[in-house]
Write a protein of this length. Structure first.
Length: 65
């Protein structure tokens, strides 16, 4: 079962806004989260790098606003 855990508003190095969504996966019928992943609004993957995020396909660095 997939559930949205939080939305993180970010800015890239050019000042463009981006939304990173943290998804949790767990056991159906419970709220227990066993795995988490970060994705952009369009579904493309994002990697955490310390306190920032890196867009998987473009390498763009996103900083929480």
């Amino acid at each position: 079962m997939r559930q949205k855990l939080r939305e993180i508003r970010c800015l890239d190095d050019r000042g463009n806004e981006a939304l990173v969504i943290e998804w949790g996966f767990g056991v159906p019928g419970t709220r227990q989260v066993t795995n988490r992943e970060l994705r952009m609004e369009d579904g493309s993957p994002v990697n955490p790098l310390g306190g920032v995020f890196e867009h998987f396909y473009s390498g763009r660095i996103l900083r929480p606003a």
